[in-house]
Ligand binder design. Sequence first.
Ligand code: PLP
Length: 391
Amino acid sequence: MIDLDRVVRDTPAAAHGVFLDSAGSSLPPSVVVETVAAHQRREAQVGGYRAAEERAADLAAVRTSLGLLLNVPVGTLALTDSATRAWTQFFYAVPLAPGDRILLCGVEYASNAVAALQRAAATGATVEYVPSDPTGQIDLDALAGMLDDRVRVVSLVHVPTNGGLVNPVREVVDLAHAHGALVLLDACQSLGQLRVDATALGVDALSGTGRKWLRGPRGTGFLYVRPGLVTALEPPVIDLFGASWTGRQSYALADDATRFELWESDVAGRLGLGAAVDYLLALGPDAVESAVTAHAATLRGLLAEIPGVTVRDRGVRRCGLVTFSVEGRDPAEVKAALRARDVTLVTTRRKSTLIDMTERGLEQFLRASPHYFLGPDQLATAARAVADLAR
Ligand SMILES: *Cc1c(COP(=O)(O)O)cnc(C)c1O
Protein backbone atom coordinates (compact mmCIF):
# COMPACT_ATOMS: atom_id res chain seq x y z
CA MET A 1 0.00 0.00 0.00
CA ILE A 2 1.17 3.50 -0.83
CA ASP A 3 0.98 5.96 2.06
CA LEU A 4 -0.57 8.88 0.18
CA ASP A 5 0.14 11.45 2.91
CA ARG A 6 3.77 10.49 2.93
CA VAL A 7 4.28 10.53 -0.82
CA VAL A 8 2.55 13.89 -1.12
CA ARG A 9 4.77 15.25 1.68
CA ASP A 10 7.71 13.99 -0.38
CA THR A 11 6.37 15.78 -3.49
CA PRO A 12 4.56 18.95 -2.42
CA ALA A 13 3.70 19.86 -6.03
CA ALA A 14 1.53 16.73 -6.26
CA ALA A 15 -1.07 18.42 -4.08
CA HIS A 16 -1.54 21.34 -6.49
CA GLY A 17 -4.00 20.90 -9.32
CA VAL A 18 -4.08 17.49 -10.95
CA PHE A 19 -0.85 16.33 -12.55
CA LEU A 20 -1.63 13.72 -15.20
CA ASP A 21 1.57 13.52 -17.24
CA SER A 22 3.80 10.96 -15.59
CA ALA A 23 4.03 9.20 -18.96
CA GLY A 24 5.60 12.37 -20.38
CA SER A 25 7.78 13.87 -17.68
CA SER A 26 6.66 13.26 -14.12
CA LEU A 27 7.01 15.29 -10.92
CA PRO A 28 10.19 14.16 -9.15
CA PRO A 29 10.15 13.62 -5.39
CA SER A 30 12.03 16.29 -3.39
CA VAL A 31 14.92 13.91 -2.76
CA VAL A 32 15.60 13.82 -6.51
CA VAL A 33 15.44 17.60 -6.87
CA GLU A 34 17.71 18.06 -3.84
CA THR A 35 20.20 15.46 -5.02
CA VAL A 36 20.54 17.17 -8.41
CA ALA A 37 20.69 20.69 -6.97
CA ALA A 38 23.20 19.75 -4.27
CA HIS A 39 25.55 18.23 -6.82
CA GLN A 40 25.28 21.22 -9.12
CA ARG A 41 26.12 23.50 -6.20
CA ARG A 42 29.12 21.33 -5.37
CA GLU A 43 30.28 21.43 -8.99
CA ALA A 44 30.14 25.22 -8.78
CA GLN A 45 32.38 25.10 -5.71
CA VAL A 46 35.07 22.61 -6.65
CA GLY A 47 34.56 21.88 -10.37
CA GLY A 48 32.80 18.97 -12.02
CA TYR A 49 35.70 16.51 -11.84
CA ARG A 50 36.41 16.83 -8.17
CA ALA A 51 32.69 16.88 -7.38
CA ALA A 52 32.22 13.63 -9.30
CA GLU A 53 35.20 12.01 -7.56
CA GLU A 54 33.66 12.83 -4.21
CA ARG A 55 30.52 10.99 -5.25
CA ALA A 56 32.22 8.00 -6.94
CA ALA A 57 30.62 5.48 -4.59
CA ASP A 58 27.18 7.02 -5.05
CA LEU A 59 27.60 7.00 -8.82
CA ALA A 60 28.47 3.30 -8.69
CA ALA A 61 25.39 2.79 -6.52
CA VAL A 62 23.15 4.19 -9.29
CA ARG A 63 23.97 1.07 -11.32
CA THR A 64 23.44 -1.19 -8.32
CA SER A 65 20.00 0.33 -7.76
CA LEU A 66 19.02 -0.05 -11.41
CA GLY A 67 20.24 -3.63 -11.31
CA LEU A 68 18.01 -4.30 -8.31
CA LEU A 69 15.03 -2.67 -9.99
CA LEU A 70 15.42 -4.71 -13.18
CA ASN A 71 16.78 -7.84 -11.44
CA VAL A 72 19.91 -7.89 -13.60
CA PRO A 73 23.68 -7.91 -12.88
CA VAL A 74 25.34 -4.50 -12.76
CA GLY A 75 27.69 -5.34 -15.64
CA THR A 76 24.72 -5.61 -18.01
CA LEU A 77 23.79 -1.94 -17.66
CA ALA A 78 24.87 1.13 -19.59
CA LEU A 79 23.79 4.62 -18.55
CA THR A 80 22.72 6.96 -21.35
CA ASP A 81 21.09 10.34 -21.80
CA SER A 82 17.76 8.98 -23.06
CA ALA A 83 15.91 5.79 -23.81
CA THR A 84 16.30 6.45 -27.50
CA ARG A 85 20.09 6.62 -27.16
CA ALA A 86 19.96 3.31 -25.28
CA TRP A 87 17.70 1.73 -27.90
CA THR A 88 19.82 2.87 -30.83
CA GLN A 89 23.15 1.91 -29.20
CA PHE A 90 21.84 -1.64 -29.06
CA PHE A 91 19.82 -1.73 -32.26
CA TYR A 92 22.60 -0.38 -34.52
CA ALA A 93 24.97 -2.97 -33.02
CA VAL A 94 22.90 -5.91 -34.28
CA PRO A 95 24.68 -7.23 -37.40
CA LEU A 96 22.39 -7.11 -40.46
CA ALA A 97 22.91 -8.29 -44.02
CA PRO A 98 20.81 -8.06 -47.19
CA GLY A 99 17.69 -10.17 -46.79
CA ASP A 100 17.71 -10.04 -43.00
CA ARG A 101 14.40 -9.11 -41.43
CA ILE A 102 13.58 -6.63 -38.64
CA LEU A 103 10.18 -7.01 -37.00
CA LEU A 104 8.62 -4.00 -35.33
CA CYS A 105 5.39 -4.11 -33.35
CA GLY A 106 2.06 -2.51 -34.23
CA VAL A 107 2.43 0.17 -31.55
CA GLU A 108 6.03 0.91 -32.42
CA TYR A 109 7.37 4.28 -31.27
CA ALA A 110 8.42 6.70 -34.02
CA SER A 111 12.04 7.09 -32.90
CA ASN A 112 12.55 3.33 -32.99
CA ALA A 113 10.84 3.02 -36.36
CA VAL A 114 12.88 5.72 -38.12
CA ALA A 115 16.10 4.20 -36.79
CA ALA A 116 15.05 0.74 -38.00
CA LEU A 117 14.16 2.12 -41.44
CA GLN A 118 17.49 3.93 -41.70
CA ARG A 119 19.40 0.83 -40.70
CA ALA A 120 17.44 -1.33 -43.13
CA ALA A 121 18.19 1.07 -45.97
CA ALA A 122 21.90 0.96 -45.13
CA THR A 123 22.17 -2.82 -44.82
CA GLY A 124 19.63 -4.26 -47.26
CA ALA A 125 17.52 -5.65 -44.43
CA THR A 126 13.75 -5.22 -44.43
CA VAL A 127 11.40 -3.74 -41.84
CA GLU A 128 8.08 -5.50 -41.28
CA TYR A 129 5.34 -4.86 -38.77
CA VAL A 130 3.79 -7.55 -36.61
CA PRO A 131 0.05 -6.86 -36.57
CA SER A 132 -1.86 -6.18 -33.38
CA ASP A 133 -4.70 -8.56 -32.51
CA PRO A 134 -8.30 -7.32 -32.08
CA THR A 135 -7.56 -6.41 -28.44
CA GLY A 136 -4.67 -4.18 -29.55
CA GLN A 137 -1.81 -6.27 -28.16
CA ILE A 138 0.79 -7.92 -30.35
CA ASP A 139 -0.76 -10.78 -32.35
CA LEU A 140 1.23 -13.80 -31.16
CA ASP A 141 -0.14 -16.11 -33.88
CA ALA A 142 0.80 -13.60 -36.55
CA LEU A 143 4.25 -13.28 -34.99
CA ALA A 144 4.68 -17.06 -34.98
CA GLY A 145 3.77 -17.11 -38.67
CA MET A 146 6.21 -14.31 -39.55
CA LEU A 147 9.25 -15.67 -37.74
CA ASP A 148 11.91 -17.51 -39.68
CA ASP A 149 15.69 -17.74 -39.49
CA ARG A 150 16.13 -14.44 -41.37
CA VAL A 151 14.54 -12.47 -38.55
CA ARG A 152 17.42 -10.96 -36.62
CA VAL A 153 15.60 -8.73 -34.18
CA VAL A 154 12.10 -8.20 -32.87
CA SER A 155 11.34 -4.82 -31.34
CA LEU A 156 8.57 -4.91 -28.76
CA VAL A 157 7.14 -1.86 -27.02
CA HIS A 158 6.04 -3.01 -23.56
CA VAL A 159 3.52 -0.21 -23.06
CA PRO A 160 2.88 2.14 -25.99
CA THR A 161 3.07 5.89 -25.76
CA ASN A 162 -0.55 6.16 -26.92
CA GLY A 163 -2.54 3.93 -24.61
CA GLY A 164 -2.87 1.78 -21.52
CA LEU A 165 -2.27 -1.66 -23.01
CA VAL A 166 0.52 -3.92 -21.75
CA ASN A 167 2.06 -6.19 -24.37
CA PRO A 168 2.90 -9.78 -23.43
CA VAL A 169 6.71 -10.05 -23.34
CA ARG A 170 7.62 -13.58 -22.28
CA GLU A 171 5.49 -15.10 -25.05
CA VAL A 172 7.18 -12.91 -27.67
CA VAL A 173 10.62 -13.82 -26.30
CA ASP A 174 9.90 -17.56 -26.42
CA LEU A 175 8.65 -17.40 -30.01
CA ALA A 176 11.53 -15.18 -31.18
CA HIS A 177 14.22 -17.22 -29.46
CA ALA A 178 12.93 -20.42 -31.08
CA HIS A 179 14.07 -18.82 -34.36
CA GLY A 180 17.27 -17.28 -33.03
CA ALA A 181 15.92 -13.72 -33.17
CA LEU A 182 16.84 -11.12 -30.56
CA VAL A 183 14.14 -9.28 -28.60
CA LEU A 184 14.69 -5.62 -27.78
CA LEU A 185 12.14 -4.36 -25.26
CA ASP A 186 11.21 -0.67 -25.11
CA ALA A 187 10.29 -0.35 -21.44
CA CYS A 188 10.01 3.46 -21.42
CA GLN A 189 6.36 3.48 -20.43
CA SER A 190 6.36 0.42 -18.19
CA LEU A 191 9.35 0.93 -15.88
CA GLY A 192 8.37 2.91 -12.83
CA GLN A 193 4.70 2.04 -13.03
CA LEU A 194 4.86 -1.75 -13.50
CA ARG A 195 7.23 -4.30 -12.05
CA VAL A 196 9.70 -5.17 -14.82
CA ASP A 197 12.01 -8.13 -14.21
CA ALA A 198 14.25 -8.22 -17.26
CA THR A 199 15.79 -11.56 -16.29
CA ALA A 200 12.42 -13.29 -15.84
CA LEU A 201 11.12 -11.74 -19.07
CA GLY A 202 14.15 -13.15 -20.87
CA VAL A 203 14.63 -10.16 -23.17
CA ASP A 204 17.98 -9.68 -24.91
CA ALA A 205 18.00 -5.95 -24.34
CA LEU A 206 15.84 -3.30 -22.74
CA SER A 207 15.75 0.49 -22.91
CA GLY A 208 14.37 2.83 -20.27
CA THR A 209 14.18 6.51 -19.48
CA GLY A 210 14.49 8.43 -16.22
CA ARG A 211 11.98 11.26 -16.47
CA LYS A 212 8.72 9.36 -17.02
CA TRP A 213 7.17 6.98 -14.49
CA LEU A 214 10.50 6.59 -12.67
CA ARG A 215 10.27 10.25 -11.64
CA GLY A 216 13.95 10.92 -12.31
CA PRO A 217 15.60 13.92 -14.01
CA ARG A 218 15.39 14.69 -17.71
CA GLY A 219 18.34 13.65 -19.87
CA THR A 220 18.77 10.26 -18.20
CA GLY A 221 18.23 6.78 -19.60
CA PHE A 222 19.74 3.32 -19.60
CA LEU A 223 20.28 0.16 -21.56
CA TYR A 224 20.31 -3.43 -20.36
CA VAL A 225 21.99 -6.10 -22.49
CA ARG A 226 21.65 -9.75 -21.50
CA PRO A 227 24.74 -11.41 -20.04
CA GLY A 228 26.55 -13.35 -22.74
CA LEU A 229 25.34 -11.07 -25.49
CA VAL A 230 27.27 -7.96 -24.40
CA THR A 231 30.68 -9.07 -25.64
CA ALA A 232 29.25 -10.32 -28.95
CA LEU A 233 28.16 -6.83 -29.99
CA GLU A 234 30.18 -3.93 -31.36
CA PRO A 235 28.50 -0.65 -30.36
CA PRO A 236 27.89 1.74 -33.27
CA VAL A 237 29.41 4.68 -31.40
CA ILE A 238 32.25 4.43 -28.89
CA ASP A 239 34.56 6.75 -27.01
CA LEU A 240 37.34 6.45 -24.44
CA PHE A 241 34.88 5.31 -21.78
CA GLY A 242 33.50 2.24 -23.53
CA ALA A 243 36.80 1.46 -25.25
CA SER A 244 40.52 1.91 -24.61
CA TRP A 245 43.04 3.03 -27.19
CA THR A 246 45.60 0.25 -27.00
CA GLY A 247 47.94 1.03 -29.91
CA ARG A 248 48.39 2.77 -33.25
CA GLN A 249 45.90 0.47 -34.94
CA SER A 250 44.02 -1.02 -32.03
CA TYR A 251 41.43 -0.47 -29.38
CA ALA A 252 39.74 -2.75 -26.88
CA LEU A 253 36.09 -2.59 -25.92
CA ALA A 254 35.06 -2.84 -22.28
CA ASP A 255 33.98 -6.38 -21.48
CA ASP A 256 30.75 -5.31 -19.83
CA ALA A 257 27.81 -3.19 -20.98
CA THR A 258 29.72 0.04 -20.35
CA ARG A 259 31.07 -0.53 -23.90
CA PHE A 260 27.74 1.01 -24.99
CA GLU A 261 28.26 4.07 -22.80
CA LEU A 262 29.84 7.45 -23.58
CA TRP A 263 32.09 9.31 -21.17
CA GLU A 264 30.48 12.69 -20.71
CA SER A 265 27.31 12.81 -18.69
CA ASP A 266 25.14 14.98 -16.51
CA VAL A 267 26.53 13.68 -13.22
CA ALA A 268 23.92 15.51 -11.16
CA GLY A 269 21.21 13.98 -13.32
CA ARG A 270 22.64 10.51 -12.85
CA LEU A 271 22.75 10.92 -9.09
CA GLY A 272 19.16 12.13 -9.32
CA LEU A 273 18.22 9.04 -11.30
CA GLY A 274 19.74 6.89 -8.57
CA ALA A 275 17.72 8.76 -5.96
CA ALA A 276 14.55 8.22 -8.00
CA VAL A 277 15.20 4.48 -8.32
CA ASP A 278 15.98 4.19 -4.61
CA TYR A 279 12.77 6.03 -3.80
CA LEU A 280 10.81 3.58 -5.96
CA LEU A 281 12.56 0.57 -4.43
CA ALA A 282 11.70 1.84 -0.94
CA LEU A 283 8.02 2.25 -1.86
CA GLY A 284 8.02 -1.16 -3.52
CA PRO A 285 7.40 -1.66 -7.26
CA ASP A 286 4.41 -3.93 -6.51
CA ALA A 287 2.69 -1.30 -4.35
CA VAL A 288 3.34 1.28 -7.06
CA GLU A 289 1.94 -0.99 -9.75
CA SER A 290 -1.27 -1.64 -7.80
CA ALA A 291 -1.78 2.04 -7.02
CA VAL A 292 -1.14 3.28 -10.56
CA THR A 293 -3.25 0.55 -12.16
CA ALA A 294 -6.11 1.28 -9.75
CA HIS A 295 -5.91 5.05 -10.31
CA ALA A 296 -5.97 4.60 -14.06
CA ALA A 297 -8.93 2.20 -13.86
CA THR A 298 -10.80 4.72 -11.70
CA LEU A 299 -10.09 7.60 -14.07
CA ARG A 300 -11.00 5.49 -17.11
CA GLY A 301 -14.30 4.57 -15.43
CA LEU A 302 -15.11 8.20 -14.59
CA LEU A 303 -14.31 9.36 -18.13
CA ALA A 304 -16.29 6.53 -19.73
CA GLU A 305 -19.44 7.74 -17.94
CA ILE A 306 -19.23 11.22 -19.47
CA PRO A 307 -21.50 11.65 -22.51
CA GLY A 308 -19.38 12.57 -25.54
CA VAL A 309 -16.17 11.07 -24.13
CA THR A 310 -14.67 7.98 -25.76
CA VAL A 311 -11.97 6.07 -23.91
CA ARG A 312 -9.31 4.94 -26.40
CA ASP A 313 -7.34 2.40 -24.36
CA ARG A 314 -7.02 -1.11 -25.70
CA GLY A 315 -5.36 -4.31 -24.49
CA VAL A 316 -6.20 -7.27 -22.30
CA ARG A 317 -4.04 -6.04 -19.45
CA ARG A 318 -4.21 -2.30 -18.82
CA CYS A 319 -1.91 0.01 -16.90
CA GLY A 320 -1.45 3.68 -16.03
CA LEU A 321 -2.03 5.44 -19.36
CA VAL A 322 -5.58 6.64 -19.92
CA THR A 323 -6.44 7.90 -23.39
CA PHE A 324 -9.65 9.48 -24.59
CA SER A 325 -11.36 11.82 -27.06
CA VAL A 326 -14.05 14.41 -26.46
CA GLU A 327 -16.61 14.43 -29.25
CA GLY A 328 -16.58 17.58 -31.33
CA ARG A 329 -13.63 19.08 -29.48
CA ASP A 330 -10.09 19.52 -30.77
CA PRO A 331 -7.77 17.60 -28.41
CA ALA A 332 -5.24 20.46 -28.31
CA GLU A 333 -8.02 22.84 -27.23
CA VAL A 334 -9.19 20.44 -24.53
CA LYS A 335 -5.62 20.14 -23.28
CA ALA A 336 -5.28 23.94 -23.10
CA ALA A 337 -8.65 24.38 -21.40
CA LEU A 338 -7.73 21.76 -18.80
CA ARG A 339 -4.38 23.44 -18.17
CA ALA A 340 -6.22 26.66 -17.44
CA ARG A 341 -7.87 24.69 -14.61
CA ASP A 342 -4.51 23.29 -13.51
CA VAL A 343 -5.21 19.82 -14.87
CA THR A 344 -2.03 18.81 -16.70
CA LEU A 345 -2.21 16.23 -19.45
CA VAL A 346 -1.03 15.98 -23.05
CA THR A 347 -2.22 14.90 -26.46
CA THR A 348 -0.78 11.97 -28.37
CA ARG A 349 -0.47 12.29 -32.13
CA ARG A 350 -0.55 9.97 -35.09
CA LYS A 351 3.10 10.53 -35.97
CA SER A 352 4.34 9.06 -32.67
CA THR A 353 2.71 5.68 -33.28
CA LEU A 354 2.00 5.90 -37.00
CA ILE A 355 1.00 2.31 -37.74
CA ASP A 356 -1.42 1.95 -34.84
CA MET A 357 -3.08 5.36 -35.25
CA THR A 358 -3.41 5.00 -39.01
CA GLU A 359 -5.04 1.60 -38.66
CA ARG A 360 -7.45 3.00 -36.11
CA GLY A 361 -8.14 6.07 -38.25
CA LEU A 362 -7.15 8.44 -35.44
CA GLU A 363 -5.16 11.65 -35.69
CA GLN A 364 -4.80 12.80 -32.11
CA PHE A 365 -6.36 12.25 -28.70
CA LEU A 366 -5.78 13.05 -25.05
CA ARG A 367 -3.50 11.15 -22.71
CA ALA A 368 -3.72 11.25 -18.92
CA SER A 369 -1.20 9.34 -16.83
CA PRO A 370 -1.98 9.42 -13.10
CA HIS A 371 0.82 8.37 -10.76
CA TYR A 372 0.42 6.99 -7.25
CA PHE A 373 0.92 10.44 -5.68
CA LEU A 374 -2.59 11.56 -6.66
CA GLY A 375 -5.63 11.18 -4.44
CA PRO A 376 -9.09 9.96 -5.50
CA ASP A 377 -10.49 13.49 -5.11
CA GLN A 378 -8.00 14.74 -7.71
CA LEU A 379 -9.10 12.10 -10.20
CA ALA A 380 -12.71 13.16 -9.66
CA THR A 381 -11.72 16.82 -10.14
CA ALA A 382 -10.04 16.00 -13.45
CA ALA A 383 -13.07 14.02 -14.65
CA ARG A 384 -15.41 16.88 -13.68
CA ALA A 385 -13.27 19.31 -15.66
CA VAL A 386 -13.47 17.05 -18.71
CA ALA A 387 -17.25 16.71 -18.24
CA ASP A 388 -17.62 20.51 -18.20
CA LEU A 389 -15.76 20.73 -21.50
CA ALA A 390 -17.71 17.87 -23.03
CA ARG A 391 -21.00 19.70 -22.55
C1 PLP B 1 9.10 8.36 -24.44
C2 PLP B 1 9.22 7.09 -25.19
C3 PLP B 1 10.43 6.73 -25.79
C4 PLP B 1 11.63 7.64 -25.87
O1 PLP B 1 12.20 7.95 -24.64
P1 PLP B 1 13.32 9.10 -24.61
O2 PLP B 1 13.89 9.07 -23.24
O3 PLP B 1 12.60 10.37 -24.93
O4 PLP B 1 14.32 8.78 -25.66
C5 PLP B 1 10.50 5.50 -26.39
N1 PLP B 1 9.45 4.66 -26.41
C6 PLP B 1 8.26 4.97 -25.85
C7 PLP B 1 7.14 3.98 -25.90
C8 PLP B 1 8.10 6.19 -25.23
O5 PLP B 1 6.92 6.53 -24.70
